[in-house]
Design a protein around this ligand. Structure first.
Ligand code: MSP
Length: 646
């Protein structure tokens, strides 16, 4: 029997701006699935890339006065850097400006043209440049793009058209016969309704700008950017050559996309494939959006979350875990730092981290850190063994159905059971017995659970899998195959190596206090009222309200850390006629010595507070972006300490 295989793709992202947490979401999910299937022993191909042509990119480059190529080169580098930081292990990264992709796209266009499914006409209709989408008048909502609500432009130009309408009933029949093709179910219904409402032939070339792949039979036209972009999924396999990759991996198993681009992937792309006589991908899965405080992230709202800052603050695995566990796969979900911290503390620090820590501490105490020989198992032991022994197969079945949250929940069920097992079997009582065989059995079982957990989590949380493995004193987790995820592969006699906690608890209140202390940028009054008294958005205050707040310039004389509070710094400041101490949540953003001598703006009549036992007599002003990037407000040295700010 030939080896099972798994071809997974992400959308190829527009390098019109730097990547944000939404891009990281899709890519992390795809990476975890790819890693999992590789681990199970399947042949995997994982493709991502960048969608570099089109009017949107050309315009973005023009505003920066650089060529489109120079513009995208810089941003593509930042996508690749993020993927590296997030441990994304793709097999191919397709850039649509690469010659191999030009060849593939022009071949697709020419083949479809030669068989009569592309024809020349003239187009008159609407175009949304941010979405790179054509719209007929009756689909607009209030005259705007129905997808993004932004304004559309009237386009009138000679164009080539692709006969979507000709394939409409064939596509509907295909969708009907292949329920797994469009997932989740709710999106399938949406797409079916869209097709049933009537498909117009699609405009597949443009003449009013030139940043694209030329139409092979008519050089005055460039190929429509979505026709170009969708082809990347076969470019990656070497199309139009009849390559081994094409043979082995086409049709793709999974195109993972955000819900807003389902239409392109479940209507245009399958019809292109039908016209080429190529099989259709097995599944297009449209996941939901990551929202920020229940609102769509967008640059204009200033609420776009930068994953690099999150990685610096929390590390890679908490972010990967949060995205895959907290957000219901297929539905919209909320991102917030508080939710991220709470998830990390509960599942990673308390449940998993603690299990590792307490197990290895007990092992150090009772067996000098050496894995003991197990003896007879009782009923309680056997129950956890059976659960652990069958878990890998259940996780695999869940992941084959794209039940990502359930798969992680199942692994954490084992972690939870193991913590409970410690309490039930109370090794500290068994240690009092002369015969240590029962204690040895219990400790062995706990270590074996941890070994299995390390193997199960490593596809989702690569650093955590490694860290557990290393503390268990084992070598080379990468060489482990799926057969090792069954019970009993841990060898007695191994010297373990207990290390620092793998997920130190994050002090959520400190973190939130820090955020509310410094969040001033958005407040028009320059005052951050106490949380419970926050002025409602849009409500104006009188000058007399503002006058209650005394602001003054202060010079920072000294700055230093506070023990046990890694986000706080203690500052000694000079206010002209007095010196004070401030505690500020800026330790992650400034080294103490860069602060000395700076002139900052301080609220001087704020009620003093104690933070981590240190008196804080005032509050400095700073601006924070939604993802936590922070800059303190400063004035030049021309303004003496003590000057009033108004
Ligand atoms: N270039 C097209 C895709 C072409 S694929 C042949 C495109 N690019 S994009 O840069 O706009 O990326 C869109 C994708 O990024 C979404 O489909 C989704 O995978 C991901 N996300 C972007 N923002 C997102 C959220 N706020 N939440 C979740 N995913 C989001 O469309």
């Amino acid at each position: 029997m030939s080896k099972e295989r798994f071809y997974v793709s992400t959308p190829i992202y527009y390098p019109s701006d730097h990547p944000h947490i939404g891009h990281a979401y899709t890519t992390t999910v795809a990476d975890s699935l790819a890693r999992w299937h590789r681990f199970v022993g399947r042949d995997v191909y994982f493709v991502t890339g960048s969608d570099e042509h089109g009017q949107k990119i050309q315009r973005a480059a023009m505003t920066k006065n650089v060529t489109p190529q120079a513009y995208v080169d810089e941003i593509v580098a930042s996508f690749k850097a993020l993927w590296e930081k997030l441990h994304i292990e793709y097999d191919d990264f397709v850039r649509t400006t690469e010659p191999r992709h030009h060849r593939a796209v022009q071949t697709v266009f020419k083949r479809i043209y030669d068989q009569g499914d592309i024809y020349k006409d003239s187009y008159s209709g609407w175009y949304c440049t941010p979405c790179e989408t054509f719209w007929v008048e009756n689909r607009l909502i209030d005259g705007n793009c129905p997808d993004c609500s932004r304004s559309v432009e009237l386009v009138e130009e000679e164009s080539y058209f692709f006969k979507l309408s000709k394939y409409s009933s064939r596509l509907l029949a295909y969708i009907e016969e292949h329920p797994e093709f469009i997932q989740p179910e709710s999106r399938r219904k949406e797409m079916v309704n869209f097709i049933k409402s009537g498909l117009e032939d699609l405009c597949v070339s443009r003449t009013t700008f030139d940043w694209g792949i030329p139409v092979p039979i008519d050089e005055g036209h460039v190929i429509y950017v979505w026709f170009d972009a969708l082809t990347n999924y076969i470019t990656a396999l070497g199309y139009p050559e009849e390559t081994e990759l094409m043979e082995q991996f086409w049709p793709a198993d999974l195109h993972l996309v955000g819900k807003e681009i389902m239409r392109f992937h479940t209507i245009i792309w399958p019809i292109i494939l039908m016209a080429l006589d190529l099989p259709l991908p097995k599944t297009v899965f449209g996941h939901g959006w990551l929202l920020f405080d229940s609102d769509k992230m967008s640059k204009s709202k200033g609420n776009v979350v930068d994953p690099l800052i999150l990685i610096d603050d929390f590390g890679v695995d908490p972010i990967r875990y949060f995205l895959m566990r907290e957000i219901s796969f297929g539905q919209d979900g909320n991102f917030s730092r508080r939710a991220l911290i709470e998830r990390t503390n509960a599942d990673l620090a308390n449940d998993l981290g603690n299990l590792l820590n307490r197990t290895l501490s007990m092992l150090d105490r009772y067996f000098d850190g050496i894995v003991p020989q197990p003896d007879k198992n009782n009923e309680i032991d056997q129950a956890i063994i059976d659960f652990a022994n069958n878990l890998a197969t259940s996780v695999d079945a869940l992941l084959k159905d794209y039940k990502l949250n359930d798969a992680l929940a199942a692994i954490w069920q084992l972690v939870g059971r193991a913590n409970k097992y410690v309490d039930e079997r109370a090794p500290w009582n068994l240690a009092k017995l002369d015969d240590k065989s029962e204690l040895g059995t219990v400790m062995y079982n706990l270590l074996e659970v941890l070994r299995i957990v390390a193997l199960l989590v490593k596809s989702f949380l690569p650093e955590t899998g490694d860290a557990i493995w290393n503390q268990l004193g084992l070598n080379d987790i990468e060489s482990q195959d799926f057969s090792q995820v069954t019970w009993g592969h841990l060898n007695p006699g191994i010297q373990t190596a207990k290390g620092d906690p793998i997920f130190p608890r994050i002090d959520v209140e400190e973190e939130m206090e820090v955020e509310s202390q410094v969040k001033t940028e958005k407040s028009k009054s320059k005052v951050e009222p106490k949380k419970e008294e926050k002025a409602p958005e849009g409500v104006v205050i009188g000058i007399e309200d503002f006058a209650k707040v005394q602001l003054a310039v202060a010079e920072i004389l000294e700055a230093g850390p506070i023990e046990g509070a890694d986000r706080l710094l203690k500052l000694q400041i000079d206010l002209g006629n007095e010196k004070r101490q401030l505690v500020a949540g800026i330790a992650k953003h400034y080294a103490p010595n860069e602060l000395i001598g700076r002139r900052i703006v301080v609220v001087t009549n704020l009620k003093p507070a104690k933070l981590r036992g240190e008196l804080s007599e005032g509050m400095l002003l700073a601006a924070t972006s939604p993802d936590g990037k922070l800059e303190i407000v400063t004035v030049s040295n021309a303004i003496p300490a003590g000057s009033r700010v108004s």
